[in-house]
Design a protein around this ligand. Structure first.
Ligand code: NI
Length: 176
């Protein structure tokens, strides 16, 4: 982690940038690499296992993830990621989101996905993700399309979460 990486404020629901489709990155520059480092530092600080650029107010197709265990870091930085294959088998995993604090829900997704992306040097890469990483990469790519994990759950559960968010937003507005 470069010493120059800085923490960025994390955007929370209901900020409209979280619902926007992010733009592809046309050229990977030092600025892109700096953003990847800043997002990585912000993700670890939160702490979280994934972060997408719209969550730090930047509407570009960039994500970072680390689904490794504490002492076994597995940092992955992706630019313009695309899911190119999904398994027929699905799994149910509990998800949360740094932009929807304190709320979790079980989300059903394909158990395995193949993802193609550019690394921080602009080289095309692909990975096959399983288990937690599969859920994580699908969750983060969703962010680039303005989709949140609450869009994948029942209306009843979603309305419950939305009511709690509205209540918290009202209370913090009153405090300010
Ligand atoms: Ni999220």
């Amino acid at each position: 982690m470069p010493v120059t990486a800085k923490l960025m404020p994390i955007i929370k629901m209901p900020d409209p940038i979280l619902r926007r489709t992010a733009m592809p990155v046309s050229e990977i520059t030092d600025g892109t690499r700096q953003l990847l480092d800043d997002m990585t530092a912000t993700m670890y600080d939160a702490p979280g296992i994934g972060l997408a650029a719209p969550q730090v107010n930047i509407s570009q197709r960039i994500i970072v993830m680390d689904c490794g265990k504490d002492d076994d870091s597995k940092l992955i930085k992706m630019v313009n990621p695309e899911i190119i294959d999904v398994s027929e088998a699905h799994t149910l995993l509990e998800e949360g989101c740094l932009s929807i604090p304190d709320q979790t829900a079980d989300v059903e997704r394909p158990a395995e996905v193949k993802v193609q992306y550019l690394d921080e040097n602009g080289v095309s890469q692909s990975i096959v993700a399983n288990d937690l990483l599969a859920a994580c990469v699908q969750h983060e790519i969703d962010h680039l399309n303005g989709v949140l994990f609450i869009d994948h759950i029942s209306r009843l559960k979603r309305d419950m979460i939305l009511r709690r968010i509205m209540k918290e937003t009202r209370q913090s507005t009153l405090k300010n």
